[in-house]
Ligand binder design. Structure first.
Ligand SMILES: [Zn+2]
Length: 450
């Protein structure tokens, strides 16, 4: 037993404030009295399905009930083994193990249920069977404000491994824009109009356009789309219908966006004069102006796009072709019977990846051998982690003057399971098929040009 691992029962469940949740985890921010181990931290807990709504793929970690030592959460081990070798540490949150226990988790779960979105509550809840969880740097709590962006796929595939049937479509419209189209035809809330290639472009005009679109979708969907989230003082803001209905009025200081307005437009006078009124468009412009310098100067977006592109050098189509050549009996079941790489395999993979990148770059050729197949399968899984992560832009409070605007941190870099490959291949076909006959969007991949 490691004695240094902090124990959550040293705090009360009442001292942890619900922040937000994703598909498989839920996050809380510490708000209790000063504590050397918990100040400035966020608690990340695994969720499990509610009995009526089993979706085993989504919660792929084993349930551990016994008293044997539970290993640290895979996210922690994966970050130390793989991620920290690819993304500079200053752009990653600190992640540590923390001990938890059932009665404590149950109490927190009971306190939290009323704050959770209804659609989430119908599907899952805190997994109270765990004995360890993740303690991370709290990037959204405290003074100032923070923005979470899920940038998604920042590259167009190389035409080399695409079939003649898909090449024209996939090289003109990016994967995100095509997927958004498919989802919108299925009635889902999506970031329609947002193109990740704009955000990743490094061009001020295009990055501003991406931010404008994300803002508009955020307001228009009442915060329901997860590509943009805004936090002030640790609380996630939800633009209300009221804001949307009065979008042209000077409504910023009376409604759900008031905490953000206070950050964007600090009162000029310290007296008790009412704050000036601002329209939604003024807020959008101030929001964009605040984030733009940070996004243009950070190396993080370029790093993410390069990792995505080089790890997914074959496209899922090229990967599937390599697979089919070596596994003719399971040609249409990408990844069937393959096991997830263990941490030793991941270490060897990163060694190999770094050697290949340091060489002449990625030639994109895949010789049909077993070793190459294992390499490409792992590479694709890792590319998926980088396609699905978020970045947190942590903005300093205005009062701190002309300091650099803030920090950029990459979060949610979880290891993906090989069992999802065949689903991804199928989804890829579905996305492209739904885009046949649609006027191409002509998404511009600026790194591919240079
Ligand atoms: Zn696009």
């Amino acid at each position: 037993m490691t004695t240094e691992t902090p124990h959550i029962v040293d705090t009360s469940p009442h001292e942890w404030k619900y922040i937000s949740e994703g598909g498989s985890t839920i996050v809380f921010s510490y708000s209790g009295p000063a504590h050397p181990q918990f100040d400035g931290t966020a608690l990340r807990l695994r969720k499990g399905p509610v009995p009526a709504h089993e979706d085993p793929d989504k919660y792929s970690q084993p349930q551990l009930e016994s008293e044997v030592e539970e290993p640290d959460d895979p996210t922690i081990v994966f970050q130390r083994t793989v991620i920290e070798r690819l993304v500079p540490k200053e752009h990653l949150p600190r992640l540590d193990a923390v001990r938890v226990e059932r009665t404590w988790l149950q109490e927190l779960a009971d306190l939290t249920e009323p704050h959770r979105p209804l659609d989430r509550r119908a599907k899952d809840r805190i997994d109270t069977g765990r004995r360890k969880a993740v303690l991370a740097t709290d990037l959204v709590g405290g003074q100032g404000w923070a923005v979470e962006i899920k940038p998604k796929w920042g590259f167009l595939p190389s035409p080399k491994h695409l079939s003649s049937e898909t090449r024209e479509i996939k090289t003109r419209t990016c994967r995100f824009c095509m997927h958004a189209h498919l989802k919108s035809t299925q009635g889902e809330d999506v970031s329609l109009g947002y193109c990740p290639l704009d955000l990743f472009s490094g061009d001020a005009g295009r990055v501003a356009r991406a931010l404008h679109t994300l803002w508009d979708v955020w307001i228009g969907s009442g915060g329901a789309v997860n590509n943009l989230r805004v936090f002030v003082g640790g609380k996630m803001l939800k633009p209300t219908a009221e804001v949307r209905a009065f979008s042209t009025l000077a409504c910023m200081h009376v409604m759900s966006l008031a905490p953000l307005a206070e950050q964007l437009f600090p009162a000029a006078s310290p007296e008790n004069t009412p704050p000036p009124a601002h329209t939604l468009n003024e807020a959008r412009d101030a929001f964009t102006a605040a984030l733009l310098p940070l996004l243009l100067h950070t190396p993080v977006l370029r790093t993410l796009a390069t990792l995505q592109r080089t790890l997914d050098a074959l496209d899922v189509e090229g990967l599937a072709a390599l697979w089919a050549g070596l596994r003719p009996d399971d040609a249409h079941k990408l990844g069937k019977g393959e096991t997830d790489p263990d941490m030793d395999a991941w270490t060897r993979f990163v060694d190999e990846y770094l050697v290949r990148q340091a060489g002449d770059g990625e030639s994109g050729d895949a010789v049909p051998t077993e070793d190459e197949l294992r390499y490409r399968l792992a590479a694709y899984l890792l590319s998926a982690s980088f396609k699905d992560c978020s970045i947190i832009l942590r903005m300093r409070p205005r009062s701190e003057g002309t300091e650099p605007a803030g920090t950029v941190t990459v979060i949610d870099l979880d290891v993906k399971s090989i069992g999802r490959l065949s689903k991804w291949e199928k989804l890829d076909r579905e996305i492209v098929d739904a885009y046949r006959g649609i006027a191409p969007r002509d998404c511009v991949d600026s790194s591919a040009i240079s």
